[in-house]
Design a protein around this ligand. Structure first.
Ligand code: TTP
Ligand code: MG
Length: 390
């Protein structure tokens, strides 16, 4: 097999909302389950969100009127949408994705692209990594994911779809055309009703028909889009997986040159760490709700204690107050401290506002801190600091 330049994975959960309901209520397993609007005995006016594969045998699909679904399968179990529950499950699944690579592009509540080009080696092969993702989701979340692996995003997505349910389909670079060419043109990104109508009129029904067509004919009938379609049909799509560096927490710690039992020495150090942390958080435009204190004693016994409270903060004095409260509660008697550290997590965007009303005190504090940031960045971190540290 020839070396591929990229390995893209597409993961899509099977019958997501319905599968969660079946997971949580074993009596629903193996039965047609429809999640969506209330059918009201066939008079309901909403739509189907999704349904279990057992219900799909009756011709029920997402976005179909719930009244039609009721007519097709009146004995199905109809359930309302519990979006909060599904979001929580989704977050758990995304946590698993991030253990395989930071390059995760969220597409929807149950669907993501992962670029594993840099990270598959740990798992032996790209396919093994995909097997591992599937089994981790099954074991830890209790749900089935379908996975597609390919050199491009579009092909990875088609691959996860063709294997459903419980799919795992790999398309390697040397089999790209064998895989794509027999598929109907509608599988290509950008082919909706209008484009497919034009293509059919030109006698093109499969992706292979487009790939083998004269590009000029395509551009004449479809404009610039015709050329993009021709490239896509040949598997040439270099769209990247759009991912963002995700920072989960930020921390600072220090080991004392000499172990100390002096409370003052420890708190001053802690304040310094909090100031540094504040500067880093603010530079990344982040703030956090959880503050964790870490203390290691001379004998290497290590304590970590956390506190979570609102509002989320990146102000040094507030991080310090929380950390110091944790330190006081530790009740280390006369034992000497070797290391102290502080971490801020449960991070949110610094611009996220938790208040309905304007909080003038915090706004003033924000202005003060941005001045402190500027001074520190210009003249060094020690150019300005809290007096109690001196
Ligand atoms: P999908 O991944 O499209 O569907 P699915 O996971 O239920 O089934 P499968 O992937 O196996 O074909 O959508 C994910 C969830 O999004 C789905 O469980 C319910 C919700 N959804 C809607 O609420 N309305 C819709 O029209 C669609 C398509 C999905
Ligand atoms: Mg799905």
């Amino acid at each position: 097999m020839r070396e591929q330049s990229r390995y893209i994975v597409h993961v899509d959960m099977d019958a997501f909302f319905a599968a969660i309901e079946q997971r949580d209520n074993p009596s629903l397993r193996g039965r047609p389950v429809i999640v969506g609007a209330n059918p009201e005995g066939g008079k309901g006016r909403g739509v189907v969100s999704t349904c279990s594969y057992e219900a799909r045998k009756f011709g029920i699909r997402s976005a179909m009127p719930i009244s039609l679904a009721y007519r097709r399968c009146p004995h199905a179990v109809f359930l309302p949408v519990d979006i909060d529950k599904y979001r929580k499950v989704s977050r758990r699944i995304y946590e698993i994705f991030y253990e395989f690579t930071p390059r995760v592009e969220a597409v929807s509540i149950d669907e993501a692209f992962l670029d594993i080009t840099e990270s598959f080696h740990r798992f032996g092969s790209p396919l093994n990594l995909c097997r591992e993702i599937k089994s981790r989701i099954k074991e830890e979340v209790g749900l089935i994911a379908s996975v597609g692996l390919a050199p491009t995003k579009m092909v990875a997505k088609i691959a996860s779809g063709v294997g459903k349910p419980d799919g795992l389909v790999e398309v390697d670079a040397s089999h790209l055309e064998d895989f794509l060419f027999p598929l109907p043109v509608e599988k290509l990104w950008g082919v909706g009703e209008r484009v497919s109508f034009v293509l059919h009129r030109l006698g093109m029904y499969t992706i292979g028909d487009i790939a083998c067509a004269d590009v000029d004919v395509l551009t004449r009938h479809l404009g610039k889009g015709g050329y993009s379609l021709w490239l896509l049909a040949r598997g040439k799509d270099n769209q990247d997986v759009y991912w963002e560096e995700r920072i989960k927490s930020m921390s600072q710690e220090v080991t004392f040159q000499r172990d100390t039992s002096e409370y003052e020495v420890v708190t001053k150090k802690l304040m310094e760490l909090c100031e540094r942390l504040s500067l880093r958080l603010r530079a990344s435009n982040l703030k956090g709700r959880t503050v964790t204190l870490k203390v290691r004693l001379s004998g290497f016994r290590t304590y970590t204690r956390s506190i979570t409270c609102t509002p989320a903060t990146n102000f040094a004095d507030e991080i310090y107050q929380r950390a110091q409260a944790l330190l006081r509660r530790l009740e280390i008697k006369k034992e000497k401290i070797r290391l102290v550290g502080v971490r801020v997590s449960s991070l949110v965007d610094a611009g996220d506002d938790e208040f309905i009303f304007r909080d003038y005190r915090r706004e003033r504090k924000e202005r003060l801190y941005s001045t402190i940031d500027r001074i520190k960045n210009k003249f060094g971190e020690e150019a300005i600091c809290y007096a109690r540290r001196k």
